[in-house]
Write a protein that binds this ligand. Structure first.
Ligand code: PCD
Length: 781
C-alpha cells in the first residue's frame, strides 16, 4: 500500500483565507444587533488633574443621547475601580482625579454612533479639571520630591515593586574576579501593538433571560468571561463571550478595558445592546502599550571571550496603573530568559516598576511577557562585549552557545531549556547570507569611507505558558484545551480554548487532527472564540497556542483514535491488541489487507458500536504542559547607510528559525514575515512619545508609523528543526520569534556600520535624523 503523505509539515493553503480575502470575515464592528445603542468615551486632555465636575447635562441635551455614565455613578454601584492583571486596580471612569492623557472620564450612550460622539464631544468641553504637576519620566518619578501619583494607595513614593532573580553573591564575585567587564545602558522604547482593528465590544444583556452576551475582539474569551463575572457579579453561566474574527491582536486584546465594563453597565441598565469601538487615537493613547524598559546590562568575561556572569538592572515604566499582563508569579514576565542562548555560569537580575502619568500597560506585544526586552538586551550587549574584545560577534557567540549536549539545559535564572542547536542555526544563516564575504566587502567599503554594517542576533525564547503549577493569570491556571467531535460521516469539528487573530489555527490545528486521524484536512473544521461551545482555555498570546492548545489537539485526537481502535477491532473481528494504525487506516497485524478507514470506524461509532462501548466518537483534552518550549533563531541583517541623509537601507535580512516540528511551513513563513516587519517598525520608525506635560505626541498613524510595503525590506527565511522533546508533536511556538529576535539584528547592523567611529550603542527608533546627528558628531559629512 502506498504510504499516505503526511499532512503535517505541508504548506496547506489557509482555510480561513477565502473569507478574509473576499471581505467576508465577520469582525466585531460588522455585528449589528436589533435596538443596538452606541457608546463613546469622554477622555481627559490632562495627564494629571483633579476632576472637579462632570456636568452630564451637556451630553444629555444632544439629540439621540440616552444615557451618560460617570465615575460617580460607577462608584455607587461599586464598579468605579477594576482589578488589573498585575494585582493593582485601575479606574474604570475617573473618580477624583485623572492620571494620564486619554484616561476615561465618562461614557455617553446614544441611538447612533454619531450622536454618541457628539454627546461625548459636548461633555468633554465642560468637564472641569484642576491640573496637577505631571511626571512622565520614571527616574524623576522616583526622586524624593516627586508628586505622589496614586493617592488611592497607601504609598509614599511612585515605586511599585522590586523583583529579583538569580544568585547575587555568586554574580558579584564573578564580576570582582573578571578580566573584562562591559556595561551598557539600553532603552527599549514604549511602543504599541496597534492592531489594524482597534479594541471594541458589544454588550447585550437580555433582561428576560438574565443573560449577557458579550461580543469582544478578544484574544482570551474564557478569561474575559471569568473576569467579567468577578467584576460585575453576574453568574458566569449567564455570560457568553463571543470573540468573532479578530483583526490582529498582538497582545493588545488580552486585557479588560474600561470601555468593556462601561458597555456592560450601560446594557444592564438600559436592557439594550451597547456597542463601543475605539478610534485609532484612543487605541494609541489609552489601550495598553508595550515595553518601556530602561535597562542596564553588564557582562563579565575572560579575555578570550568566555562569558562568566550577567548582571541586569531595569526600571520599568508602568504608567498610571500597574496593568501589565503577566502570569501572576512573574511581575516582570519571563524577562529572566535574559541569559539568552549563552552558557552563563551565573546571573542576577533586578527590576523595579514605577508609576508615571502615562497610559497603563506593559502588554506582551508579540512577546511571551518581556522576552523581547530580554532578548534585545542580551543580543545588544553581546555585541558590545565583542567590540570590547575586538572579536567578531559571530565568533563570540559560537564560543558561548549552550552546546547541544547540555540540553535539557538548566539556566542560571531557573529555566530548563528543552532543546536547541544554536551553532547549526547560526551557521545556516551565515551560509545563506555569505557572512565572511560580507565582512570582506565591509572592510573594502570602510577603506572607501562607505558605511555598511552586518548585525547578528541569535536569540532564545520561552513560550507556551503553563505549566499550571507555576503559571496563572489572575489565579486561573495556564493550561489549554481541545474538544473533538467526529460526526457519523467521519467529518470532524474541533474546538479549542485559544482564539486566533489571523495566525491560521483553522488550518494548522486541522492539520494536526488530520494527521493524527488519517483524514483529509478539508474534513476538519476548527472553531474558536465562543465560550458557550469551546472548552475552557486561557487564550492566544505569548505564542502559547501551538505549545498548549496545539498539544491538547494532538492528545484529544489520540483519545479519539484510541476509541476508534476499539471499534475497528470489532469491525475487523480481531482483538484490540492486534489492530495496527498505519498510513491512516486500521489493519490486523500481519494482514494489511484486512483494514478499515477512519471514516468507516466513525460511521460504526453511531450505527454499530461494539457491546460495552459507548456510542459516539468524541474526546476532550485539557493539556497542562510539563515545560515551556524554547524556540530560537539566528538572524543576520545587512545595512547600508547614506552619509548624506542618515538613511539606513536594509539590504538583506536572513532569518533562520527553529520552532521544532513545523506544522505548516507556509504559515510559519507568513508569521516570520509579519513579525520581522513589526520588528523593523520598532527598530526604525516607532515610539510612543510624551512631552513633559504628558501629552501623547504619537497618537495617530502620521506620528506613530507603521511600515508599509514601501519601506519593508525583502525577508529571506529558512529553518532548522530541533523538536521539543516534551510536546506531543515536537512543535514550539513561532509567532513571536521574529519580533523578539529582529530588533537586535537591525540595531546591531547599524551600530556595526558605525563601530569604527567608536559608536557602541544607539537607542531605537533609529531614525535618519539620529544617524545624521551621530555622523556629524563624528565629523562625517
Ligand atoms: N505554527 C506552525 N508550526 C509551528 C509553530 C507554529 O505551523 N512549529 C503555526 C501555528 O499553528 C499558528 C501560527 O504558526 O497557526 C502561530 O503559532 P504560535 O507561535 O503557537 O502562536 P499563537 O499562540 O498561535 O499566536 C500568538 C502570536 C502572538 S503572541 C502574536 S502577538 C502575533 C502572532 O501570533 N499576533 C498575530 N502572529 C499573529 N498573526 C496574525 N495574523 N495576527 C496577529 O494578531 Mo502576543 O503575546 O498576543 O502580543
Amino acid at each position: 500500500m502506498a504510504v499516505a503523505e503526511r499532512v503535517l509539515g505541508q504548506p496547506v493553503k489557509r482555510k480561513e483565507d477565502p473569507r478574509f480575502i473576499q471581505g467576508a470575515g465577520r469582525y466585531l464592528d460588522d455585528i449589528v444587533l436589533p435596538r443596538m445603542l452606541y457608546m463613546a468615551i469622554v477622555r481627559s486632555p490632562y495627564a494629571h488633574a483633579r476632576v472637579k465636575a462632570v456636568p452630564k447635562e451637556a451630553a444629555l441635551s444632544v439629540p439621540g443621547v440616552v444615557a451618560v455614565i460617570t465615575g460617580e455613578d460607577l462608584e455607587k454601584a461599586g464598579l468605579a475601580w477594576m482589578p488589573t492583571l498585575a494585582g493593582d486596580k485601575q479606574m474604570v471612569l475617573a473618580v477624583g482625579k485623572v492620571l494620564f492623557q486619554g484616561q476615561e472620564v465618562a461614557a455617553v450612550v446614544a441611538e447612533t454612533r454619531e450622536a454618541a460622539f457628539d454627546g461625548a464631544h459636548a461633555l468633554a468641553q465642560v468637564v472641569e479639571y484642576e491640573p496637577l504637576p505631571v511626571v512622565v519620566d520614571p527616574f524623576k518619578a522616583l526622586e524624593p520630591d516627586a508628586p505622589i501619583l496614586r493617592e488611592d494607595r497607601e504609598q509614599k513614593t511612585n515605586h511599585i515593586w522590586h523583583w529579583e532573580v538569580g544568585d547575587r553573591d555568586r554574580t558579584e564575585r564573578a564580576f570582582a574576579e573578571a578580566e573584562v567587564v562591559v556595561r551598557q545602558e539600553v532603552y527599549y522604547p514604549r511602543v504599541h501593538p496597534a492592531p489594524l482593528e482597534p479594541c471594541g465590544c458589544i454588550a447585550d444583556y437580555n433582561k428576560a433571560t438574565e443573560r449577557l452576551t458579550f461580543y469582544v475582539t478578544s484574544q482570551a474569551p474564557h478569561a474575559h468571561r471569568t473576569l467579567l463575572a468577578l467584576v460585575s457579579g453576574l453568574p458566569e453561566h449567564k455570560i457568553r463571550v463571543i470573540s468573532p474574527d479578530v483583526g490582529g491582536g498582538f497582545g493588545n486584546k488580552v486585557p479588560v478595558y474600561s470601555g468593556y465594563v462601561c458597555a456592560v453597565v450601560a446594557s444592564l441598565q438600559l436592557g439594550r445592546p451597547v456597542k463601543w469601538v475605539e478610534t485609532r487615537t484612543e487605541n494609541l493613547q489609552s489601550t495598553h502599550f508595550a515595553r518601556d524598559f530602561h535597562m542596564t546590562c553588564e557582562i563579565a568575561a575572560d579575555r578570550d571571550g568566555r562569558v562568566k556572569a550577567l548582571r541586569v538592572k531595569t526600571i520599568a515604566d508602568h504608567g498610571a496603573f500597574d496593568a501589565a499582563a503577566n502570569p501572576s508569579k512573574f511581575p516582570a514576565g519571563l524577562f529572566s530568559i535574559v541569559t539568552g542562548s549563552y552558557d552563563f555560569p551565573t546571573a542576577f537580575v533586578e527590576v523595579d516598576a514605577v508609576y508615571t502619568n502615562t497610559a497603563p500597560g506593559g502588554v506582551a506585544y508579540r512577546c511571551s511577557f518581556r522576552v523581547t526586552e530580554a532578548s534585545y538586551l542580551i543580543e545588544r550587549t553581546m555585541d558590545v562585549l565583542a567590540d570590547e574584545l575586538g572579536m567578531d560577534p559571530v565568533e563570540l557567540r559560537l564560543k558561548n552557545f549552550i552546546p547541544p549536549e547540555k540540553f535539557p539545559y538548566p539556566s542560571p535564572l531557573g529555566w530548563t531549556y528543552d532543546s536547541g542547536n544554536y551553532a547549526e542555526t547560526l551557521k545556516k544563516a551565515m551560509d545563506i547570507i555569505g557572512y565572511w564575504d560580507l565582512r570582506k566587502e565591509q572592510e573594502e567599503k570602510r577603506k572607501r569611507g562607505e558605511l555598511m554594517g552586518i548585525g547578528v542576533s541569535t536569540f532564545t525564547e520561552i513560550v507556551g505558558a503553563g505549566p499550571a503549577h507555576t503559571f496563572d493569570i489572575a489565579g486561573i491556571k495556564m493550561f489549554d484545551s481541545c474538544e473533538i467531535r467526529v460526526h457519523p460521516t467521519g467529518k470532524v469539528l474541533v474546538r479549542t480554548g485559544v482564539r486566533h487573530q489571523g495566525q491560521g489555527h483553522e488550518t494548522t490545528f486541522a492539520q494536526i487532527v488530520a494527521d493524527e486521524l488519517g483524514i483529509p484536512v478539508d474534513d476538519v473544521l476548527v472553531e474558536e472564540g465562543d465560550t458557550d461551545t469551546a472548552p475552557y482555555g486561557l487564550g492566544t498570546y505569548a505564542s502559547r497556542s501551538t505549545p498548549t492548545a496545539g498539544a491538547a489537539t494532538a492528545m484529544a485526537a489520540r483519545r479519539v483514535r484510541d476509541k476508534a481502535r476499539k471499534i475497528a477491532a470489532h469491525l475487523l473481528e480481531a482483538s484490540e491488541e492486534d489492530v495496527v494504525w498505519e498510513n491512516g487506516r486500521f489493519h490486523v497485524a500481519g494482514a494489511p489487507g484486512r483494514s478499515v478507514s477512519f471514516q468507516e470506524v466513525a460511521f460504526a461509532a453511531y450505527t454499530n458500536p461494539p457491546e460495552g462501548v459507548e456510542p459516539g466518537l468524541e474526546a476532550v483534552y485539557y493539556y497542562n504542559p510539563p515545560n515551556l518550549t524554547f524556540p530560537n533563531g539566528a538572524y543576520i541583517c545587512v545595512v547600508d547607510i547614506d552619509k548624506g541623509t542618515g538613511q539606513v537601507k536594509v539590504r538583506r535580512f536572513v532569518a533562520v528559525d527553529d520552532c521544532g516540528t513545523v506544522i505548516n511551513p507556509m504559515v510559519v513563513e507568513g508569521q516570520v514575515h509579519g513579525g520581522l516587519t513589526e520588528g523593523f517598525g520598532i527598530a526604525f520608525m516607532q515610539e510612543i512619545v510624551y512631552d513633559e506635560n504628558g501629552n501623547n505626541l504619537s497618537s495617530d498613524f502620521s506620528t506613530y508609523l507603521l511600515p508599509t510595503a514601501m519601506e519593508t525590506p525583502k525577508w529571506e527565511t529558512d529553518r532548522t528543526v530541533t523538536p521539543s522533546p516534551h510536546h506531543p508533536i515536537g512543535a514550539k511556538g513561532v509567532g513571536e520569534s521574529p519580533n523578539v529576535g529582529s530588533p537586535a539584528a537591525f540595531v546591531n547592523a547599524v551600530v556595526d556600520a558605525l563601530s569604527h567611529l567608536g559608536v557602541r550603542h544607539i537607542d531605537m527608533p533609529i531614525t535618519p535624523w539620529k544617524i545624521w546627528k551621530i555622523l556629524r558628531e563624528h565629523g562625517i559629512e
